[in-house]
Design a protein around this ligand. Structure first.
Ligand code: ZN
Length: 274
């Protein structure tokens, strides 16, 4: 297939800025009521160190990316969110308090959507146009609610190599699929306590470079779509950010690659289908 202006393939870099919020939720679901400072500080690294390093990298390579940010993180770190927005990146919806939608009633999920939209709009002046589900799960109401709030796309599902349209009771949503293999968390996510979650080990970034670069090459050959889903607290450490920089250089060494934000891809896909 042909992408915008006849591009051979499209690349989309995305970052989920969960900060401390997802760690707090991990503690709670393990019945730990204390906000363990060390556990939470892993999340603090995202907005404090990861984001500035990533913004510098994206600026160097003149790439605009998508950042999915829970409303509560936007309320905690307005200056960080503002710096992402001012650098020209897209900011998408990632819930308000990073609650798993599957554990919410319809009215709770509706409130999460509403509060998330308002928190981002207070900082950027813009309503987010896309959504990535917190905790990688959707409820039976999520897609309907996205359409109800006039969001254009979702980027949480894994059912294809290229975008696709999902019909809901209230309208159509474009799905920009992701896959675990192109996510940094399964390779690098690690936690000491609680031990039940994320002790799979810490991978070499060289191995991950190899997996991602090989996938990009195959996607390029087939003329498909390459969406990386990353987390500033994970990919933002020095050696991994350097690896991402090397991957960007590799992708740029190929001719005719379209680097796009998620909303640019969703809009292109909508026009294609019409
Ligand atoms: Zn998240």
């Amino acid at each position: 297939m042909k992408w915008k202006d006849g591009a051979q393939c499209v690349v989309c870099l995305t970052f989920d800025l969960d900060a401390e919020i997802s760690w707090r939720n991990i503690l709670r679901r393990n019945n730990i009521t204390r906000d363990n400072p060390v556990v939470l500080s892993q999340g603090t690294y995202g907005p404090k160190v990861g984001v500035p390093r990533i913004l510098k990298l994206l600026k160097k390579h003149k790439i605009r990316a998508g950042f999915f940010i829970p409303g509560e993180v936007a309320d905690l770190y307005p200056n960080t969110i503002s710096s992402i927005h001012k650098a020209g990146h897209e900011i998408g919806h990632h819930g308000y308090s990073h609650k798993n939608p599957a554990n919410c009633s319809r009215s709770e999920e509706n409130l999460e959507m509403e509060k998330g939209i308002e928190a981002l709009r207070r900082i950027t002046g813009l309503k987010p146009q896309g959504y990535r589900a917190p905790a990688a799960d959707l409820s039976e109401n999520t897609l309907d609610l996205l359409s109800k709030f006039d969001l254009v796309y979702d980027t949480s599902m894994m059912g294809d190599d290229i975008p696709f349209k999902i019909q809901t009771n209230t309208g159509d949503i474009i799905e920009l699929p992701i896959r675990w293999m192109l996510d940094d968390w399964p390779f690098f996510g690690f936690n000491y306590f609680p031990a039940l979650e994320y002790q799979s080990g810490i991978n070499s970034h060289r191995k991950v470079y190899e997996i991602w670069a090989d996938e990009f090459e195959a996607v390029y050959e087939e003329g498909l779509y390459f969406m990386l889903a990353m987390h500033p607290q994970i990919i933002g450490v020095p050696s991994r950010a350097k690896m991402l920089g090397n991957l960007i250089k590799f992708m740029k060494s190929k001719e005719n690659v379209w680097f796009a934000t998620p909303i640019e891809i969703a809009k292109f896909w909508t026009e294609q289908e019409e």
